[in-house]
Design a protein around this ligand. Structure first.
Ligand code: FAD
Length: 499
């Protein structure tokens, strides 16, 4: 994978004239000069602005087909130090200019799109490991560090972070934290919010602040780390993080099972977690995906991988085996787990599918075990009932003692050419899964986040607590310049009409 890749090619000349979210992105010479003073290396070329104006939101691939870039900033800067990030934020706040961070740009919800123009801040200049404390199993790392670089530095010390999002090669520490990312091994190692011990954050009014980072646990008021984790660049920009790491695994084991139904497989997963076993990977595919991805027909395929100390792995795999058999599963060739491992980071051919007239995406949600099977049935049925749907399926991708993530995939055929019909189908698909999730008391996102795509749902999803989020935003970013238009919060620059 190429770290700076985007899902579809885009002609720079055409795209610079056609933004899907048009805005007046012109900046005064005076502001650009002040910006260059705060952060050397400001770029205003069409190429730089276009690359900052798009991410992996699958709708961008539809727009790219028509020569449209999602959004265009007025300028792009690439700070090389936390102080430069803080200086850019202070400048934008005092000038009332929108300021939006991007890093790997692998986000799939439009979170890094500068929908009101302004300054795009490329966080990948803040790169590299600052310190490793192998006794305490901690690493301090700059926010713009990509997955492979961090993991290579840790492996050299006999350690691992254990965070393996499918976008591992494309994404950064800061992006993971900003979006509450989940790696494929999360059942053993946790999500990124479980890994964070401390943060350094640049804010618009308080400059650089540090949260946590001193001790394994504390009772020093609310956990301010978690205020910024998941805030998607709307409250402050993360410049570095202290993360919990693990000894590199001494061994791994793999297994595969086939269940009569997705529901019986879910129940076995529930019982595995309930007994305290935490296999790194416990992934259950519905019949459609088992067939499509693994040529396993008429069964729901469970892929199991664990890695850790050998005694732990043996115990965990024994629990999985007992519960799978108790659920009526047939043991299948463990080579299926090898197949999954080989293919797990393959990029989806979104551009090819869109070129073929399809609209495709995935929707990841979370629910408690007592609702999960019904949530699955209702969401898949709602997707299949939409005009144009040709495929709707799901797998359970991350499991916990109290519930799990369901990862839906949909594909629909556009009723007519042009972006309008694609946007309409796409919106209906997200509405369908979100409504089913809400009806079953689930979380409308498990790890992709909110960004622009789900902004319309967040006020209702949080209920009265949404006012608390807005109050925090108003306190930390009183000028309202940080990533405006996202998370459904008040937007001083106007309303963005999202497809
Ligand atoms: C093929 C593919 C597979 C994926 N698989 C997974 C997966 O398995 N698990 C998963 O969790 N996600 C996955 N994603 C989604 C995406 O990779 C994650 O959301 C990732 O965390 C984004 O990181 P990034 O560096 O690319 O951030 P960007 O896309 O550049 O930014 C995402 C958001 O974070 C903000 N941001 C970025 N850096 C900072 C910072 N330093 N401080 C504050 N805010 C910041 C941006 O403003 C934006 O709102 C996948 C994406 C793709 C394309």
């Amino acid at each position: 994978m190429n770290r700076s890749s985007r899902p579809a090619p885009l002609d720079a000349t055409a795209a610079s004239r056609a933004a899907r979210f048009p805005t007046d992105s012109a900046m005064t010479a005076r502001f650009l000069s002040d910006l260059a003073g705060a952060c050397p290396g400001v770029a205003v070329s069409d190429e730089a602005r276009i690359e900052a104006g798009r991410d992996w939101w699958p709708l961008s691939t539809v727009w790219a087909q028509y020569g449209q870039v999602p959004a265009l900033p007025g300028a792009v800067c690439r700070p090389g130090s936390p102080g430069e990030v803080a200086a850019v934020l202070a400048l934008c706040a005092s000038a009332g200019v929108p300021v939006t961070a991007f890093a790997g740009a692998s986000g799939v919800c439009g979170g890094s799109l500068p929908v009101h123009g302004g300054v795009s801040v490329d966080m990948t200049g803040l790169d590299g490991v600052i310190a490793v404390d192998p006794d305490s199993l901690l690493v301090e790392v700059r926010a713009g560090t990509f997955g492979p670089d961090l993991e290579a530095a840790l492996r050299a010390e006999g350690l691992t972070l254990g965070h393996w999002p499918q976008s591992f090669d494309l994404s950064t520490v800061g992006g993971w934290l900003a979006c509450r990312s989940a790696g494929q091994y999360s059942t053993r190692y946790g999500k990124i919010e479980d890994m964070v011990q401390g943060l350094e954050v640049a804010t618009t009014r308080q400059g650089l602040i540090r949260t946590g980072g001193t001790a394994p646990r504390s009772a020093t008021g609310p956990d301010l780390n978690q205020l910024f984790v998941g805030s998607e660049g709307t409250l402050g920009l993360i410049t570095s993080a202290t993360l919990r790491v693990h000894p590199a695994p001494a061994t791994d084991m793999r297994a595969a099972y086939g269940f009569d139904s997705f529901g019986s497989g879910l129940d076995a997963c529930r019982r595995v977690l309930r007994r305290g076993a935490t296999p790194a990977v416990l992934r259950l595919y519905d019949r459609a995906e088992s067939d499509r991805q693994f040529a396993v027909t008429g069964q729901a395929l469970l892929i199991v991988v664990d890695e850790a100390d050998p005694a732990l792995v043996r115990a965990v795999m024994a629990v999985v085996d007992e519960e799978a058999r108790a659920g009526g599963a047939t043991p299948l060739d463990p080579g299926l787990a090898d197949t999954w491992l080989e293919r797990r980071n393959h990029l989806p051919p979104v551009a090819d599918l869109v070129a073929g007239g399809l609209v495709v995406d995935t929707v990841e949600v979370a629910g408690r075990w007592s609702e999960l099977a019904d949530l699955y049935e209702d969401a898949v049925t709602a997707l299949r009932d939409l005009d144009g749907t040709i495929a709707a399926s799901a797998h359970q991708s991350h499991a916990y003692p109290d519930g799990a993530c369901l990862y839906f995939t949909f594909a629909g055929r556009r009723s007519q050419p042009g972006p309008g019909a694609a946007e309409s189908y796409y919106r209906q698909a997200f509405d369908a899964v979100t409504a089913a999730t809400t009806a079953h008391r689930g979380a409308i996102s498990h790890h992709h986040g909110i960004g622009l795509n789900r902004a319309r749902y967040l006020p209702a999803a949080l209920g009265p607590a949404f006012a608390v989020l807005q109050a925090v935003k108003d306190g930390l970013d009183p000028d309202g310049v940080l990533n405006p238009g996202k998370l459904g919060m008040a937007d001083r620059f106007g309303t963005v009409s999202v497809p």
